[in-house]
Design a protein around this ligand. Structure first.
Ligand SMILES: Nc1nc2c(ncn2[C@@H]2O[C@H](COP(=O)(O)OP(=O)(O)O)[C@@H](O)[C@H]2O)c(=O)[nH]1
Ligand SMILES: [Mg+2]
Length: 371
C-alpha cells in the first residue's frame, strides 16, 4: 500500500473515531480538508504523469455525452451496442475486453447522444491505479454518468460511487454557492446570505489546510463542511447520474425486487432494471437518458415565414440565443442583430431579445441578422 493511501487511511480512522459535536467540528473540518488535499494532490500527480494513451482523447460529438461506468463484464459493451443499434464494441464472455474508450452514437427523440464505453476498471482509479486516471478524465468530461451493475453484484454500486466521489465527481447535487477570494491581509472574513450553519472557526481551520489565512468568503444558503472543502479544493465536477441494473433476464421477479430495493437504499434513487442482452426496458432507459440530459426543443421560424414545427433544434437546458446561433451557422453571432421569441422564456409574443437571452423548452425563435 502506498504511503498516500496509508496517510488517508489513518486520517479516516481518526475521523471515524471522532464524534461530531460543537467542540469537535473544527477538528473534523481540518481532518476532512487534509484528506481532500492529499487525495487531490495524488489525482493531480496521476493525471500529469499519464500520457493519455490511445483511445483516451475522445472527441466529443453529438448534442451531449453519456459515459457508462461499471466493473468488467457487467455488460457495458453489450449495452452500448443495444443503445446505438450497432456492433462497434467487441463483447466477450471474459473480463477486460474493452481496453480503450469506445464511442457510439445513439439517436433518440431527435437528439444525437454520444455514448462512451470505457474500460471496466475503476476500483482504485482515483489513486491512479492501472488505467484509472485516464478513465477519470473521460468520466469527468461527461454530461451524464450511467452507472451499470449486474444483477448479481449490485453492491458494487457503493464502490463505484466511492470512486467517483474520490475523483472529485459530485453526482446529483447542485454546486454549492460558495466563493473564496484570496486576499493579501485581513484574515478570513465571512459573509453569509440565508441560514448558514458553518462557523468562522471551522472555516479558518479548513482554509488553513490549503495555507489560506487571508480570504473573503461568501456563502449563500446552507452548506456542509464537505461542500466548503469542495469549494476550497476547487476542481469538482457536478454531474447527473443514475443506476441501471443489467442482466435481469437471468433472475426471477423476487430477486429483481430484492436487488432493486437494495440499490434504492445504497443510491437513494430507483435504478432501471434492464437486459442489454434481450432488450428488456431499453426504450425506458433511452427515455431516462434523454430526460436526465435536460434537452429542449427549439423551433426556428424564418423572418416573416412559418415556424418549422416538424424538426426542432435540440439544445441543452439553459442554452442561450448565442448557443443556438453557434449551432446554425458560424457567421450568425457576428452578424446578429436581434432575435424574436414566442414562448415560455418571454413575457409577450414576438419579444425582442439579445444573444444572452436564456431559452425555454419549445420556444419559437426568429433570428435577425445583418446581411
Ligand atoms: N444474460 C445476459 N448476459 C449479458 C447481458 N449483457 C451482457 N451479457 C453478457 O455478459 C458478458 C459481458 O458483457 P460485456 O458487454 O462484454 O461486458 P463489459 O465488460 O462490461 O463490456 C458477455 O458474455 C455478454 O454477452 C444481459 O443483459 N443478460
Ligand atoms: Mg466491454
Amino acid at each position: 500500500m502506498s504511503s498516500v493511501e496509508e496517510q488517508i487511511r489513518e486520517l479516516e480512522d481518526e475521523l471515524k473515531n471522532t464524534p461530531y459535536n460543537k467542540a469537535t467540528s473544527k477538528h473534523i473540518g481540518r481532518l476532512k480538508a487534509k484528506i481532500a488535499k492529499i487525495r487531490d494532490e495524488a489525482v493531480a500527480r496521476a493525471m500529469a504523469s499519464s500520457g493519455g494513451g490511445e483511445g483516451y482523447s475522445v472527441k466529443k460529438s453529438g448534442d451531449a455525452t453519456v459515459v457508462l461506468v461499471g466493473f468488467p463484464s457487467v455488460g457495458k459493451s453489450t449495452l452500448l451496442n443495444r443503445l446505438t443499434g450497432s456492433d462497434i464494441s467487441e463483447t466477450a464472455a471474459y473480463a477486460f475486453t474493452t481496453v480503450s474508450v469506445i464511442p457510439g452514437a445513439m439517436e433518440h427523440r431527435g437528439a444525437k447522444i454520444q455514448i462512451l464505453d470505457i474500460p471496466g476498471l475503476i476500483a482504485g482509479a482515483a489513486m491512479g491505479k492501472g488505467r484509472g486516471k485516464e478513465v477519470i478524465a473521460v468520466v469527468r468530461s461527461a454530461d451524464l454518468i450511467l452507472i451499470l451493475v449486474d444483477v448479481f453484484n449490485e453492491k458494487h454500486v457503493d464502490v463505484l460511487l466511492r470512486e467517483l466521489h474520490d475523483s472529485g465527481i459530485r453526482i446529483n447535487q447542485p454546486k454549492p454557492d460558495i466563493t473564496i477570494k484570496k486576499a493579501g491581509c485581513g484574515g478570513v472574513r465571512l459573509n453569509t446570505v440565508g441560514a448558514v450553519d458553518l462557523n468562522l472557526e471551522e472555516i479558518r481551520a479548513i482554509l488553513a489546510e490549503s495555507k489560506i489565512v487571508n480570504a473573503d468568503v461568501l456563502i449563500r444558503n446552507d452548506v456542509t463542511q464537505d461542500d466548503f472543502i469542495d469549494a476550497m479544493i476547487g476542481n469538482r465536477i457536478y454531474v447527473p447520474a443514475f443506476v441501471a441494473i443489467n442482466k435481469v433476464d437471468l433472475v426471477d421477479e423476487a430477486m429483481r425486487n430484492e436487488v432493486r430495493e437494495d440499490v434504492v437504499e445504497r443510491f437513494g434513487d430507483e435504478p432501471y432494471m434492464i437486459s442489454a442482452h434481450s432488450g428488456y426496458n431499453i426504450e425506458a432507459l433511452k427515455d431516462a437518458i434523454y430526460d436526465n440530459l435536460g434537452f429542449m426543443r427549439i423551433y426556428m421560424k424564418p423572418l416573416g415565414g412559418r415556424a418549422d414545427m416538424e424538426e426542432p433544434l435540440i439544445v441543452r437546458r439553459g442554452s442561450t440565443i448565442e448557443d443556438v446561433c453557434n449551432r446554425l451557422h458560424r457567421d450568425f453571432v457576428e452578424k446578429f442583430k436581434y432575435a424574436k421569441i414566442w414562448g415560455e422564456s418571454v413575457k409577450h409574443d414576438a419579444q425582442r431579445v439579445g444573444l444572452q437571452h436564456t431559452l425555454a423548452d419549445e420556444d419559437i425563435v426568429t433570428i435577425v441578422t445583418r446581411f
